[in-house]
Design a protein around this ligand. Structure first.
Ligand code: SF4
Ligand code: SF4
Length: 382
């Protein structure tokens, strides 16, 4: 296992972090619940093999993740790791809720404090809310009374919003962002990552495999990887790309099986900062290009075509369709489009007024694409 300094906090962290949002599950009647014995075994095995960062959150596994993480960290394991959980910002309706939720989470984890407490899944509107609720006063108090060592935030929005949050508070101890070689210009992206580095805020990376999609590439991407002299696996390329950035402290992987854990431990034995050559970086760009070449509708998601007078959710429909083609996941398209139909946002609502095409900076034939997608859906499900 490789280790790097966790920003300026004065301790090191393993480059592989244990994300506890996809722990192994079993059926309990109709419900999926965590397979506690297996999950605890995996977390402890990961720590025994060198993982020193464990990450959970209030909503993971319907609230069960924090309890299981607490159980896994008993018998001396708590002292071996940096522990993070997150405030469910959406559940905060008044200022005192922040204290109440933190206390509830510490109780579930059965620990007196967490090393990092993050504002969860921050975006524009959640930042407005946290500012209105004086989040800095809350953190100041929680650090002072010892329940939290360092404040932080996890993030899902555009880069401008990332920079706004980053620069709003001098005491951020870390930021958690979605980052991988496909998303280098999405959300915080490389720009946000570099700025965090300049501010001395270490980064923890989530979705390094895009929810697992980068682990199972389509044929054109596989062909490129097979032709590359390194012979890295799809997972190795994804992790190596991120580990190369010095701003990145640890990379979270949500592991569901002992095999995935062992595979990750093997990969992270070799990953180092600056471990990619110029040729490797150029190759990662080629991989991205190969994925994007599979995107049939060149929609950038700019939203200029919205709102449609008929309520057709054009960018969402295109996004679901593109993703299914990029990752060869037909089921994802079907589920996504079925949801649009159920809510009355689908292409069949279109009356061909043309307003969206006039507004689209990419000059897309939106009406034709909507008809194509609608037809494809009905051919698949008939
Ligand atoms: S052409 Fe169809 S999708 Fe576009 S704005 Fe008009 S009704 Fe909406
Ligand atoms: S205006 Fe065009 S590019 Fe922008 S979201 Fe709509 S369809 Fe996509």
């Amino acid at each position: 296992m490789q280790y790097v300094p966790f920003g300026k906090h004065g301790f090191d962290v393993s480059r592989l972090g244990f994300g506890c949002m996809r722990l192994p599950t079993v059926k309990d009647g109709d419900r999926d619940v965590i397979d506690r014995e297996k999950a605890i075994g995996m977390i402890r095995h990961g720590i025994d093999e060198g993982i020193t960062y464990v990450d959970t959150a209030y909503p993971y596994h319907g609230g069960e993740s924090e309890i299981v993480v607490g159980l896994a960290l008993k018998e001396g394991y708590r002292d071996k790791v940096t522990l993070t959980t997150k405030l469910p910002v959406w559940a905060v309706n008044e200022e005192k809720d922040m204290n109440r939720l933190l206390d509830e989470q510490l109780k579930k984890l059965d620990v007196p404090y967490v090393d990092f407490y993050l504002l969860h899944a921050m975006d524009k509107s959640r930042m407005d809310k946290m500012q209105a609720f004086h989040y800095k006063d809350f953190f100041k108090q929680a650090v002072k009374d010892g329940r939290v060592k360092h404040p932080g935030f996890s993030f899902h929005d555009d880069c401008d919003t990332f920079l706004r949050i980053l620069h709003d508070y001098d005491d951020w101890g870390m930021a958690q962002i979605q980052f991988n070689y496909l998303d280098d210009e999405e959300q915080a992206g490389v720009k946000g990552l570099r700025e965090a580095g300049k501010c001395g805020v270490p980064l923890v990376i989530m979705e390094p495999l895009r929810g697992g999609a980068l682990a199972n590439p389509p044929q054109n991407v596989k062909d490129l990887m097979e032709a590359n002299p390194h012979k890295r696996s799809a997972v190795e390329w994804a992790f190596a790309y991120i580990a190369d950035y010095p701003e990145v402290a640890t990379i979270l992987s949500g592991m569901s099986t002992p095999e995935q854990l062992d595979d990750n431990l093997r990969i992270f034995d070799k990953l180092t900062v600056g471990g990619m050559t110029e040729e490797d970086r150029a190759f990662a760009k080629e991989l991205k290009k190969a994925y994007l070449s599979r995107m049939p509708v060149k929609c950038t998601g700019c939203q200029y075509c919205q709102p449609c007078p008929q309520n057709v959710h054009i960018p969402d429909i295109f996004h679901g369709y593109n993703q299914s083609k990029m990752f060869e996941q037909q089921g994802r398209f079907i589920n996504n489009y079925r949801g649009q139909i159920e809510r009355g946002f689908d292409a069949s609502q279109c009356v061909q007024c043309g307003a969206c095409e006039a507004a689209c900076p990419q000059h897309l034939s939106i009406i034709d694409w909507l008809q194509t997608i609608d037809r494809e859906y009905h051919e698949i499900v008939k």
